[in-house]
Design a protein around this ligand. Structure first.
Ligand SMILES: [Fe+2]
Length: 290
């Protein structure tokens, strides 16, 4: 890894719908949100080196929804890799044929990894058909350990839809990776150089320190969970975000970018203008000191 900060984009819970099908469980125009975000991503300075999308790529998991997602991504003409993992709203039988052109092994979890600019990105499929919470299937932890061993010297970004369980409360397992699999993940990651874990699923921006590893969850691009109503249930409100990740030798920084971004502008300070302001203050201080 060079000393120059490397930036990337974290999308989650895209919930893209099939434009030909009415969907009462789609609460916002996710296609428009994604198009707008991808347009913003193209204007970023410095340009991000990759995009990760941590599951719930579609709302219903049907092939028509993945075709819509694929079309939106293609039309954005990003010249950087977009790496996907799956969430509980996804269906492997819809994802594989459309997104990867794969026609066999459609029931297998989508685990994969890539090294980009010295960052070892590991994407683990925590989706389990017909379940809301996250689980590993037999063989996935073994795959993860093998993958971790493949580049032991490289810092790792782990991408998975369900964040590790933070509490030992089985009644909350629907909102995270299961407690048992969280323990197995913790053992697998022990002593490794992990920059962070990037997740979604719960639809609010949340940052945790999980045994020394930053776990970052984004609202995503569909609808936001009202954090102040969580004692009562799930109240979904409008709102979305994506995140800009920056990797430095010191570690990972995540900056959330609220959506929509047409907020009322109150004031703009250019860096050139700020430099003038500082000069003015220094001159005034020098006069005052005389
Ligand atoms: Fe979601």
């Amino acid at each position: 890894m060079s000393d120059a900060p490397l930036t990337f984009v974290h999308l989650t819970d895209l919930h893209i719908g099939n434009p030909l099908v009415e969907d009462d469980h789609l609460y916002s125009d996710t296609a428009t949100t994604l198009r707008r975000i991808l347009a913003e991503v193209k204007t970023m300075v410095p340009a991000p080196r990759f995009v990760v999308a941590s599951g719930d790529l579609t709302n219903q998991g049907d092939t028509g929804s993945y075709e819509e997602l694929k079309a939106i991504i293609a039309e954005a003409e990003l010249d950087i890799p977009v790496l996907y993992t799956l969430g509980n709203h996804d269906k492997r039988t819809g994802f594989y044929p459309v997104m990867l052109g794969r026609t066999e092994g459609l029931d297998k979890p989508y685990d994969h990894a890539q090294v980009i600019d010295g960052i070892h990105i590991i994407l683990i499929d925590t989706s389990t058909p017909f379940k809301i919470g996250g689980h590993f299937e037999p063989g996935q932890i073994e795959w993860l350990v093998d993958e971790l061993d493949r580049h032991p010297e490289l810092p790792k970004l782990i991408v998975m839809h369900h964040a590790p369980a933070l509490d030992q409360r089985p009644e909350l397992e629907w909102e995270s990776l299961s407690i048992a699999d969280t323990d197995r993940l913790r053992a697998a990651l022990e002593g490794r150089s992990v920059l962070g874990i990037l997740s979604g699923h719960i639809h609010f921006d949340r940052v945790s320190n999980w045994y020394g590893i930053p776990v970052v969850v984004g609202i995503g691009q569909h609808a936001a969970t009202d954090v102040l109503y969580l004692h009562e249930g799930l109240r979904m409100v409008s709102g979305a975000s994506f995140a800009v990740g920056t990797v430095r030798p010191s570690g990972l920084t995540i900056s959330f970018v609220p959506q929509p971004s047409e907020r009322r502008e109150l004031k703009v300070y250019t860096f050139a203008g700020m430099a003038e302001l500082v000069k003015g203050h220094e001159a005034a201080a020098a006069v005052a000191a005389e």
